[in-house]
Design a protein around this ligand. Structure first.
Ligand code: URA
Length: 206
């Protein structure tokens, strides 16, 4: 039972090791580890918060309502999802029961920290040209501190290891904004993603 991601040079090996992770208590109530997915050397890595109810059941990131919205926004921004590596800051679903429903619960600092070695391994091995932090939990995990989304979003900045980083909102946020504000919020999200689009282009040498 590894508590940290192995220093493996194989993403598949790291993914395999993450299946047994018990570095924080979330594994006990989750169905499975939901590791990142996408091309092993994707030029863009999208980082979300944690798997949701559907992701937890099927074992793939961003396949539920937020994932469908993300798919549409990527398409509108001219980015092919199949070319992007999609992952989460926390790889187990944190929830509390309300009647028969499993309600999403925001992961805390300790869970984000416990899961960080897996994210580090993904960053090291995929080595994307651009990392997109979607929402506060992803930004917290990537910058190591609380980062205001609204004032930081939509700007590409230099990041560790020669990578670049951009902050934007989490797609779930767009599902929660009031109807009258949704079209505008969605357009801004697409606008942010359009800044990421040029990074998808292949550069020789990678
Ligand atoms: N929200 C996330 O942050 N990640 C997922 O995989 C699904 C919903």
């Amino acid at each position: 039972m590894p508590h940290t991601a192995p220093e493996s040079t194989s993403l598949d090996e790291v993914r395999e090791a993450a299946l047994d992770c018990q570095a924080c208590p979330l594994w006990a109530n989750a169905t499975q580890t939901v590791f990142g997915e996408g091309p092993a050397h994707a030029r863009i890595m999208l980082v979300g918060e944690q798997p949701g109810d559907q992701e937890d059941r099927v074992g793939h990131p961003f396949v539920g309502p937020a994932g469908r919205l993300l798919d549409r926004a990527l398409e509108d921004a001219g980015i092919e999802r199949e070319k992007v590596y999609v992952t989460n800051a926390v790889k187990h679903f944190k929830w509390e029961s309300r009647g028969k429903r499993r309600m999403h619960k925001k992961p805390g600092e300790r869970e984000i920290a416990a899961c960080h070695p897996w994210l580090e391994s993904e960053l090291r091995l995929v080595a994307p040209a651009l990392v997109v932090a979607m929402g506060a939990t992803a930004a917290r995990a990537l910058f190591g501190r609380a980062t205001p989304i609204e004032t930081s979003r939509g700007r590409v900045a230099a990041f560790a290891g020669g990578m670049h980083i951009m902050v934007t909102v989490h797609p779930s946020y767009l599902l929660r904004v009031p109807d009258e504000a949704r079209a505008n919020a969605y357009a801004r999200f697409v606008q942010d993603l359009k800044l990421a689009a040029p990074f998808a282009e292949h550069v020789s040498g990678r």
